[in-house]
Ligand binder design. Structure first.
Ligand code: NAP
Ligand code: ZN
Length: 364
């Protein structure tokens, strides 16, 4: 079964096409964004006049940083209530969009910080419009929100059908302003999602044509985009791939490939996409036997071998090695093994196997 309740508007002019749907959502919007990307991307310059023209007022909560925290969600919830908003517009990369989704649930159900992950309390949500400015997470078409809790130092996601955005406005022009690093890392995140659509035990062959096409688009366009970052067709291809990746994981969820990276982001500040890239080859090799049939289909569709795929991947600066002790790596094993995305992996690692995977990024 495939199910996505989000109206997806893609391409140049996507916001104008979405206008009549956005204006039905209410009279006041809480705009949730980061410090700079909503401006740099050009979204604010387009959305504010559109709202004003339609008699919709707004309040901006622009304090979402990378790896949004549960504290930011609580602050956003307060702003939503204080300013009597009716709906939320999340603008940015995955971080503001994920914060927007969690604020929606927190506001609609009056949740306290410790209740954010409690599925029983997630009874309703306020409508969300998601406008991505990166071609990575696909959060604009997924039912997930990934948050960091500073008290426990843990990063973890949750899923609820209620937080599928009502409307996704995906305009690749809003992605032209990304830096080299953000462009690379978010594309590698999208690649991870596409691969995980095959890895997950919840895989669905109905998604395979989209997944294979998405991987092809990234392989054909990523280097070109990094060399000529303001060339729109490359961004269009990568945005399409990221959307396919989001649609894939909306159905399959992510896997060990994602769970293994969260502690590196929390403890070492390594970006989400980069850490996915650091483990991509090791995880693919780890799954190779369990997924022989799926990999045969994938590499036949791509018309290359797994080795050739690894050689292509080698062309990007994503194989980072870290000064990290065995003791530190071992301390993360219980949380990685218990993560819900590890449980749906095609091959669940033993503690020893996981330690070996973790050590693949250790310096020296
Ligand atoms: P991000 O954390 O949202 O943003 C990374 C950086 O890029 C920020 O400094 C941001 O600036 C900047 N930026 C974003 N768009 C830009 C643009 N067009 N021009 C210039 N700068 C721009 O990055 P992300 O990789 O998209 O999101 C990662 C988060 O999403 C992680 O927390 C990850 O766990 C989560 N995630 C969620 C899902 C899901 O389904 N919900 C899936 C995968 C990952 P500002 O700070 O100014 O915004
Ligand atoms: Zn991801």
């Amino acid at each position: 079964m495939l199910y996505i309740p989000t109206r997806i508007f893609f391409g140049t002019g996507a916001l104008s096409k979405a206008q009549s749907h956005i204006t039905k959502l209410g009279k006041k919007a809480l705009i949730v964004c980061g410090k700079t990307s909503a401006q740099k991307s050009g979204v604010m310059a387009d959305i504010l006049p559109l709202l004003a023209k339609n008699g919709i007022s707004h309040h901006v909560y622009a304090k979402v940083s990378e790896n949004p925290t549960t504290d930011m969600v609580m602050e956003g919830k307060e702003e939503y209530g204080t300013h009597l908003c009716d709906f939320i517009i999340g603008i940015g990369g995955g971080s503001p969009m994920d914060a927007a989704k969690a604020i929606s649930l927190a506001a609609a159900n009056n949740l306290a910080k410790h209740q954010l992950y409690d599925a029983n309390l997630q009874q309703r949500a306020v409508p969300i419009v998601a406008i991505p400015t990166t071609h990575g997470t696909g959060s604009e078409v997924t039912p997930y929100s990934v948050l960091t809790d500073l008290a426990s130092h843990k990063k973890a996601g949750f899923g609820s059908e209620l937080i599928f955005p009502r409307i996704a406005v995906i305009n690749p022009q809003y992605m032209l302003s990304q830096s080299y690093e953000v462009s690379l890392h978010t594309s590698i995140d999208a690649l991870s999602h596409l691969l995980e659509g095959i890895y997950s035990t919840q895989r669905n062959p109905l998604l395979y044509p989209m997944i294979f096409r998405g991987i092809r688009l990234i392989m054909d366009n990523l280097s070109l985009c990094l060399k000529t970052p303001r060339h729109l067709p490359y961004r269009e291809a990568l945005a399409l791939a990221a959307t396919y990746g989001g649609i894939a994981i909306a159905h399959t969820s992510t896997t060990l490939q994602h769970a293994i990276g969260y502690p590196f982001t929390t403890e070492y500040g390594i970006s989400h996409g980069l850490v996915n890239g650091m483990f991509m080859e090791a995880i693919m090799r780890f799954y190779a036997e369990a997924l022989q049939d799926e990999f045969d289909q994938l590499f036949a569709a791509l018309d290359l071998s797994m080795q050739e795929f690894f050689e292509w991947l080698e062309g990007f600066p994503i194989k980072i090695q870290l000064e990290v002790t065995d003791c530190q790596l071992k301390s993360w094993i219980p949380q990685i093994l218990a993560a819900r995305n590890t449980i749906i992996s095609p091959r669940k690692p033993t503690e020893d196997q996981l330690f070996k995977l973790l050590k693949s990024v250790q310096k020296g």
